[in-house]
Design a protein around this ligand. Structure first.
Ligand code: GLV
Ligand code: MN
Ligand code: MN
Length: 413
């Protein structure tokens, strides 16, 4: 489509949607808690289905409870372009991580329909289930669609005593045994685009409006269980304890040292620790935690895995189970360029940059779907926090770049 003909998206309407959705699961001072398949997440999905229907999309939910809205083309034999992200949040998260991508895609559809543009390909807006990993590894809906789930992973939860993804999916009215029905041939997708907040401070600190994402970071995650022996905290002498937390504790400071020694750009985090039975007056009998490392380089993550496995193998009562081993994934060069060109044509400053956060885009890219991502800055780079924030103009700019990128895709992509 000729540049002068690219219509303007309605930024106020997009912002109103973001604020309305941001009320679902919101609590003052605690941000938005809409963890995957929780009641709030299901309410969010219902809300989205209605918005999709109002926008004239053909709506369905698949076996993984991904919400899919389709705008069919009138072109015979049309190919498929998909745009998406997720609506689930981390506990006490923000109103933009994921939601911006879904609602901006919806706004693009409305703009296309209102201006009477006929797209030469079918367009799908997809809101993927459990990107954040409330139950286990995350990016569950997009990996289900691309056939990347690991055997048995949906039956386990990284939080002991919590429902697994499979149980929560059943609670939501879907049969987890049929999750394979969510699979689609990656060849069906001619490309996938995702708009997202940067979740880092590079764009803001450099005063740049748009990031054209070059690659998405690799993520390896392991569930570590350290067994001790529960005992009375008042009557058990220190010399006679088998305290699981004390046994596990050295690893909490060793991990950052291992990571820093390997590569200054690599990151490693233990963000979730559970003690059992978890009482002030009981010596911990079990300590369970998740070790996560991220890098663009597989060799670095494999090295950290080997170091962790060797450490655990040499100690009694340690068990390490793999949750996720997802490689760093490049975006498609022609889509990186398309995003950069669209940003420039809109008059926005733009930089090419990798993503340190995981995204559903990664699942599609890993399956061979040509993938592009657009970043907009967020305040102080803060995300996964109630403090997460973007200005309305940043949402508008990102959405406008998304629309232009879409409309300037070649007819035969
Ligand atoms: C998702 O937000 C992730 O990077 O973990
Ligand atoms: Mn996200
Ligand atoms: Mn996130």
């Amino acid at each position: 489509m000729k540049s002068a003909m690219i219509p303007r998206i309605n930024g106020e309407r997009l912002w109103a949607d973001l604020m309305a959705l941001g009320e679902i699961g919101f609590a003052e001072g605690r941000g938005v808690t809409r963890t995957a398949l929780s009641d709030a997440d299901l309410a969010g999905k219902t809300w989205l289905v209605r918005r999709f229907e109002e926008a004239g999309l053909e709506v369905r939910t698949d076996a993984a409870y991904n919400v899919i809205g389709r705008l069919p083309s009138r072109t015979p034999g049309a190919r498929l372009v998909a745009v998406g992200s997720h609506l689930d949040t981390v506990p006490q998260g923000g109103k933009f991580d994921g939601m911006l991508g879904v609602l901006a895609a919806l706004e693009c559809v409305r703009t296309v329909r209102e201006t009477g543009i006929q797209l030469p390909w079918d367009l799908e807006v997809i809101s993927f289930t459990d990107e954040e990993g409330a139950h286990n590894a995350g990016t569950v809906g997009s990996r289900a669609m691309m056939g990347e789930l690991r055997d048995g992973e949906l039956e386990k939860s990284v939080k002991q005593g919590r429902l697994s993804f499979a149980e929560d999916l059943r609670r939501a009215g879907k049969d987890p045994a049929r999750i394979g029905d969510a699979w689609r041939d990656p060849a069906e997708f001619s490309c996938y685009l995702e708009l997202h907040i940067e979740q880092g401070a590079r764009l803001e600190s450099q005063g740049i409006q748009i990031g054209a994402v070059t690659a998405i970071v690799g993520i390896y995650r392991y569930l570590v269980t350290v067994e001790g022996e529960p005992a009375h905290a008042g009557t058990t002498p220190m010399a006679l304890r088998n305290d699981a937390l004390v046994k596990a504790a050295p690893l909490f400071t060793l991990l950052p040292e291992w990571v820093k020694a390997r590569d200054p750009e690599m990151v490693g985090t233990i963000g979730q620790v559970e003690l059992f039975p978890g009482a002030t007056n009981v010596v911990p009998g079990r300590c369970r935690f998740v070790v996560e490392v991220r890098s663009q380089r597989t060799a670095d993550m494999l090295h950290l895995r080997d170091v962790l496995m060797a450490y655990a193998a040499g100690r009694a009562g340690w068990l390490v189970e793999t949750i996720l081993e997802k490689e760093g994934t490049p975006c498609a060069e022609r889509l990186i360029q398309a995003v950069a060109d669209a940003a420039t044509a809109e008059g926005f400053s733009c930089v090419r940059m990798p993503s340190g956060a995981g995204h559903d885009a990664q699942s599609l890219a890993a399956a061979g779907v040509p993938t592009g991502m657009i970043f907009v800055p967020c305040r102080r780079g803060v995300s996964h926090s109630p403090e997460e924030w973007i200005e309305p103009v940043q949402a508008t700019q990102g959405c406008q770049v998304l629309l232009r990128t879409l409309l300037e895709l070649p007819d035969r992509i």
